[in-house]
Design a binder for this molecule. Sequence first.
Ligand code: FE2
Ligand code: FE2
Length: 434
Amino acid sequence: MVVDACSVDSIQDRILDGGFRPLGEPMDVILPDQIDALMAESAVAPTAMPGTSRAPSDLARVSQQLRALSSLNTRLICMEADQPVYGEMVEGVARVMNIEVCALFMLDRNAQQLALEGVAGAEVAREDYRLDLDEMNRPAVLAFLEEYLVHVVNLSETPGVVPVFPGVESVMALPIIGRDGPVGVFVFARREAGGFDHTEVDMAGMLVDQMAYQLENYLLVRQLSSSRDAVIHGMARLAESRGGDLGGHIDRICAYSQLLGQRLLSAPGFLGQVTEEWVSTLARAAALHDIGKVAIPDAVLLKPGRLDDVEYTIMRTHSKLGADILRELMLTHGSFPMLEMGMEVALFHHERWDGVGYPNKIGGEQIPLSARIVAVVDVYDALTSRRVYKEAWSQEDTFNELRRNAGTQFQKELVDVFLKQPEKLEAIQRRFPD
Ligand SMILES: [Fe+2]
Ligand SMILES: [Fe+2]
C-alpha cells in the first residue's frame, strides 16, 4: 500500500485528527522515514525559557527517557537465547514511554496469527491472546500487514475498529520489520482519547527500530540453539533405538524430569538450587542419560533374557562411555549448559543415594541433582513400560516400589514430590506412547 501524495502537514493533521478509517478508505499512516520530517515540522516550544528552545521540565523528561532508554538497550544487548526476552522488552518500553498499555505481538508463522508475547498495563491471559491475520479491523493486524504505523486517536468514534484491549481510546501500532519483512507489532494504548503527541510517536518509532534489531538477533540465536538441541535430541533417540526401543522413552524421561523440576521450584529444600532456566536445561539434558549405550556391543545390548556377570559389567560402562562421548563433543565444539548437564546426567544417573551405585559409588548430595532426578524418573518409566521380558507395572505398584527405595536408592524428598501428581504422569505416558 502506498501513502497518497500529500504534504507532511496534511499527513500530520490527519494523524492528529483521528487517524483510522474503515476499510476501503485511505488509511492514516506514516512511513517510518517520514517521522523525522514530521518531527522537524513540529519542533516548537511555546513555553521555552528565553534563549533556549525547550522548557526545563522538557529537558528533565528527555534526559530521564534517555537514561531509561540507555538502560533498556544495555539489558537487550545482554539477553541470551534461553531467557524470556519479550516480557522484559515490554516492561522496559512501558517505563521509557510512560504509556499506560504496551504490548508486543509476534508472528506465529505456523498458525498465521499474531501471538501476544508480552504486555504491560493490561490484565489479559497472555497464552490465549492471539489475532488472526484476516482481522483487518484490528490496528495491530493492519500495521503488521501494511507495514505502516497506524494511529487511532478516538476509538469509540472510529467505526469498524476493534481495540486490542478493552477500555482504551487511543492506540498506536507499529510494525517490527525484520530483514525479510514484518516479524511482529508493538502496540501502545491509553484510556483517554486524543492519541499520542509527536514526541511520543518519534520515541515509539525509535524504540521499535531498536527492538527490531534486537528481536531479529534474538530470534536468530533462538533458531540456531533450537536446531542444535533438536540434533542432540535426535542423537539421543538414535542411541536409544539401537537397543530396539523406538518408542517414547526419551521424550517421557524429558517430560517427567521437567515436571519434577518444576515442582522443586517451590519445594523448601531446593530453593536457590532450582530455577526456571535450570529446569528448562534439565528437560533437554535428560535425553542424554543413556547416550553411552551406542558404544555397547550388540551381543550385550540386544541379548534377549538376563545378562551374565561379565555382560552386566560391560553394560554398566554405558554411563562412563556416555560422559566420555559428551566430554569429547564439548572439547571439540565448545560447551553449553545442555551438554554440561547432559554429561553429569549420563555419568551419574545410576549412582544411588546410599552410595552403592555406579560408576563412582558416590552418594547423597555428592550426586548432582540433575542425575538424582533422572534416576527416579528412569526407574518410574522402566517399570510402567512394557518390555519383552516383562509386562508394564500399574502406577500403584510402581509408586510402592519407588517408596520402598526412597532414602536408599533415591533421595526421599524427590520421590515424595514426584508421586504428588499421578494424573500428570499418566498424561505424559499417554502423550508419548511406545
Ligand atoms: Fe542408564
Ligand atoms: Fe533410560
